[in-house]
Design a protein around this ligand. Structure first.
Ligand code: UDX
Length: 469
């Protein structure tokens, strides 16, 4: 059977991973990227973003002539049968979704569909609020093409669930596929593509209308964010409860099949390009349709409080942070990426700088991105040892593997004051608290009489004990 020819508008995370995924299975893919420098890099198989496996898969796709990046939308549409729209949907200042790129793309595609003689399927992959594909994309496509959706061309909404750092793996192995369809022919055409692409590994497919598919994406991300803020709430209760550790609680909870173990890692909270933006957009959408989504608002608040809490912990150890040297291990919003969008490190650094602390940071790959944000206001180290040297306190922000290998001696030997705050629960509390001052998200204090070395005396109210977290 002849394979469908595919095109993808927008070569960001979703667009590029999708393009490479399809090319890896022998499909011809044309990607449209308006940034000429990025397009040239893709055509030379130079990765435009950090992602494990991306370079290898990109090289193979370009070498086999299966993936081509162009600046020309007409070439993209006329030489393909199905077009995925994967352009950005950023937040406006009020948190609502900015649909400008989607609207422009729909209009440009429509103008080219006007010239096309054969059936073409347009698939929205960008995350958009319910009603966007039906009420924004469809009328623009119809108006600009002067054709009828459902007969002259097809339209689907196919949300993407891939994770940064696992983008290629997730493209090739999704848990499920959601097809929101304007009409049965559109849905059948897209389902046939997936059947060809996944073969025997075809995951469960949920077919639905356009708006339901759009909301499935937001609901999924909001639920995962809720799990994180839930376990962080339990963690905050643990911190006030002697000898109780949220990790044990999460382990036991996760064994309940109704709960499951994923996304129950207590820590500094979620960041990245999706969860924060999507929760904000869902809140704004919910208000716009007349429902006040209290649960979603509190998920966001709990998440943001985690960063402030860690700075308070730091102050609990050191008192005034003025001129204190605080070392941050990790900057990226999670390991295996250099992405610092909505990274918790950014909130923490800003709060530390507001307290006049001296901030020194190290991350295996995100330092160049950090330099564009913080410029010369902080120091950048080239190794964890350089970062820790002479520091008064260390905050572990991102759980990179190389940080998991650090022993207490790696801290105690070179820090000015051996104080470690574990923001991602990667260190063994027993081992580390026996050798240095140690605090961690979700970790209750030891009973006071047996571990007095962990207890701080508030200098303002001598003899009163203050909580470490
Ligand atoms: C997420 C969704 O997982 C994905 O389905 C969607 O398509 C895009 O958004 P991503 O942003 O790449 O993917 O990262 P993810 O691995 O989900 O982690 C998001 C954030 O949550 C990270 O900051 C991570 O550190 C944090 N997190 C995750 C926790 O704090 N605890 C956990 O248990 C899991």
């Amino acid at each position: 059977m002849k394979k469908c020819r595919l095109s993808i508008v927008g070569a960001g995370y979703v667009g590029l991973s999708t393009a490479i995924g399809y090319a890896s299975k022998g499909f011809h893919v044309i990607a449209l990227e308006l940034d000429a420098q990025k397009a040239e890099m893709i055509n030379k198989a130079i990765p435009i973003l950090y992602e494990p496996w991306l370079q290898k898969s990109l090289q193979e796709a370009v070498k086999k002539n299966l993936l081509k990046c162009t600046l020309n939308l007409e070439e993209t549409i006329l030489n393909s049968d199905i077009t995925f729209i994967a352009v950005g949907t950023p937040s406006k200042p009020d948190g609502s979704i900015d649909l400008e790129q989607i609207k422009k793309t729909a209009c440009d595609i429509g103008a080219i569909l006007k010239k096309k003689k054969t059936y073409h399927l347009v698939v929205v992959k960008s995350t958009v609020i319910p009603g966007t594909t039906e009420n924004v994309v469809k009328p623009i496509l119809e108006e600009c093409s002067n054709k009828r959706c459902g007969t002259d061309f097809g339209l689907c909404m196919n949300p993407e669930f891939l994770r940064q750092g696992a983008a290629i793996h997730d493209t090739l192995n999704p848990d499920r596929i959601v097809i929101g369809e304007n009409d049965p022919k559109s849905g059948n055409t897209l389902e046939a593509l997936f059947a060809d692409f996944y073969g025997e590994k075809l995951p469960p497919i949920v077919r639905t209308n356009l708006a339901t598919a759009e909301l499935i994406k937001y609901a999924s991300n909001a639920f995962l964010a809720a799990k994180i803020s839930f376990i962080n709430t339990i963690g905050s209760i643990c911190e006030k409860t002697p000898s109780v550790d949220v990790k044990k609680i999460a382990e036991a909870m996760g064994l309940d099949k109704r709960i499951g173990p994923a996304f129950l890692n207590a820590g500094l909270g979620y960041g990245g390009s999706c969860f924060p933006k999507d929760i904000k957009a869902l809140i704004a959408y919910s208000h716009s349709v007349g429902y006040s989504p209290k649960l979603l608002e509190i998920i966001e608040k709990v998440n943001n409080d985690q960063a402030s809490k860690i700075v308070e912990t730091c102050k609990g150890f050191l008192g005034n942070l003025n001129s204190k040297r605080i070392a941050l291990l990790g900057l990226a919003f999670k390991p295996e990426t250099d992405d610092m969008r909505e990274a918790r490190s950014v909130l923490i650094i800003n709060q530390l700088l507001a307290e006049d602390a001296k901030v020194v940071v190290y991350d295996p790959i995100a330092v160049p991105n950090a330099k564009t944000i913080f410029k010369k206001t902080i120091e950048y180290a080239e190794s964890s040892a350089e970062c820790l040297k002479g520091a008064d306190c260390c905050i572990l922000v991102t759980e990179w593997d190389e940080f998991k290998k650090l022993e207490p001696e790696n801290f105690t030997a070179i820090m000015k004051q051996a104080i470690l705050i574990d923001g991602r629960r990667i260190y063994d509390p027993e081992e580390f608290s026996s050798k240095m001052k140690f605090a961690a998200i979700g970790l209750g204090q030891k009973p006071l009489e047996s571990h007095l070395d962990l207890v701080l005396i508030d200098p303002l109210h001598k003899n009163e004990i203050i909580n470490i977290i």
